[in-house]
Design a protein around this ligand. Sequence first.
Ligand code: P6P
Length: 327
Amino acid sequence: MTLGITITKFLLEEQRKYPGSTGNFTGLFSDLVTAAKVISREVNRAGLIDILGSTGYKNVQGEEVQKLDEFANRTIIQTMEHGGWLCSMASEECEDIIPIPDDYPRGRYLLLFDPLDGSSNIDVNVSVGTIFSILRCECTDKVSVKDFLKPGTEQVCAGYIVYGSSTMLVYTTGHGVHGFTLDPGVGEFLLSHENITIPERGKIYSINEGNSRYWYPGTARYIEHLKNGNSTYSARYVGSLVADFHRNLLKGGIFLYPADRKSKNGKLRLLYEANPLSFIVEQAGGMASTGEKRILDIVPEELHQRVPLIIGSKRDVQEAERFWKEG
Ligand code: P6P
């Protein structure tokens, strides 16, 4: 494909490769792109309007809900609910699944999303992101939570939008990973990174070393190995999953939010953080693991289930697994 083409044209070209396709997925994705543009506009002027700071509410995770979190959540729900593409949605900000209003048509897809990940960074102008995952819905009658509890291998699409020095949308449908950069002047996402692949081994490791007192021996020995082993690694940790993941995807490296004595199942969420990023990294030639098993093989038990996440360059993740298992 020609670099610089719009994401809409890219989607239509992709759709033409599958004669039987109905165009529903393209319609769904186009609405998601619209939501991304609206969120990007607000994120990029957060310092200028009274949307900074907290709402004073706490979300289902018990975390302070930043006004931009709430705005992003509302924008995605209101943009996606009337198109007739979805039969339900699930959000990090909502305890229960989000039904499609009765007077709107229903489709055959489920959308799961973290509307604004890294929200604690909003007020200090550090990159934040939206993460999304799309499943087919086999539901015939009323949709329930169990329709969402599918292993990551069943995702039909996964992606994220990173609101950084530029706004980028990166996604996969199982046919490679493609990146689009928003041109605010035109109001279009333009193809800037076709067929992204992650280097087999990187030189960057990303982990919150403030948690080192809680680490299990395998983690402690692995990080020690990176610091004092034969290779020289740099520590890079933004504290915003999408920003850390995106940098490592393009440059190579490993991100770890492992299980430790404080967080027995890690901190990050399986369905709308770990699964979508794991689909992307595997499509880019990388790997994603709990330390013991492939993330995409996990059969979820709860909507907001946490999971340990070790993700990035294949050789780095394999090495981290070896230390973890020895530990
Ligand atoms: P910690 C942000 O709150 C987040 O969910 C991810 O974006 C990020 O990777 C992680 O938590 C940071 O957590 O415990 O290192 O501050």
